[in-house]
Design a protein around this ligand. Structure first.
Ligand code: PXP
Length: 244
């Protein structure tokens, strides 16, 4: 089994930059440093309100990232057009993760409701796949949503770990069941949201089927004190050997 992958979300480097509308700190520098520390992927979220990542960051990230760029976005016409222009024609090296986005939310508040928007999501996935972009869907660990996500053009799903991260340890059971369904459907499994070096070990140990973790806020927050290199390396150690 290949080692589990860490995707480092660098949005909050851009949050700090946007607080002053300054040219620094640059999320592209963070992406390069995260890769040097062992990140298998760089993740960013281009939001409708552009509160952190800006349009101009995207081609710079795409060109600087040596691993894979995973761009989270809502399945709107504007965002799908950005994805096609930016990532299209790169022979499935990069990925889009479709997320639900509600105006005014502090962060992504829930998974995508694939089950009740199946036609629209399926059309977006087909469009991205056609453009040569890998596709992931960010969903809650809900059997109905996982079954609905097995659509043509969908390569993987990412489970929303927010409830677990907020302290609901019982939510681990839902992730274990979700992993079984994803394996049956042949969907590769990622997880993310609210994960930290405190809550990660139990999740990794309980759900070995999760092959990728996408983590941002806690890494950038911890990097303020210990540096980005160490913050990334410590998490890679945790996801590879959670009980060590
Ligand atoms: N995965 C997805 C789909 C997200 O939307 C986010 C937040 O942008 C993350 C992972 C990372 O969450 P956090 O910043 O809480 O680690």
């Amino acid at each position: 089994m290949p080692p589990r992958r860490l995707g480092v979300n660098i949005d909050h480097v851009a949050t700090l930059r946007q607080a002053r509308r300054s040219p620094y700190p640059d999320p592209v520098t963070a992406a390069v440093m995260a890769e040097l520390a062992g990140a298998a992927q760089i993740t960013c979220h281009i939001r409708g309100d552009r509160r952190h990542i800006q349009d101009a960051d995207l081609p710079r990230l795409r060109d600087a990232v040596q691993t894979h760029l995973n761009v989270e976005l809502a399945a709107t016409e504007e965002m799908l057009g950005i994805a096609e222009r930016l990532l299209g024609g790169h022979r499935h090296r990069h990925r889009v993760t479709l997320v639900a986005e509600r105006p005014g939310e502090v962060t992504t508040e829930g998974g995508l409701d694939v089950a009740s928007q199946k036609d629209a999501i399926a059309a977006a996935c087909a469009r991205l796949h056609e453009a040569g972009i890998r596709v992931s869907l960010f969903i809650d660990p809900d059997p109905r949503q996982i079954e609905a996500s097995a659509l043509p053009g969908v390569d993987m799903i990412e489970l929303n770990t927010a409830r677990y991260a907020e302290g609901d340890h019982g939510d681990l059971r839902r992730h274990v069941a979700a992993a079984d369904i994803a394996a049956r459907l042949g969907l590769e499994l990622a997880a993310g949201h609210g994960l930290t070096h405190h809550n990660l070990p139990d999740l990794v140990a309980a759900v070995p089927g999760i092959v990728e973790y996408n983590i941002g806020h806690s890494i950038i927050g911890r990097a303020v004190f210990v540096g980005l290199d160490r913050a990334v390396r410590d998490l890679i150690d945790l996801i590879r050997s959670p009980l060590a």
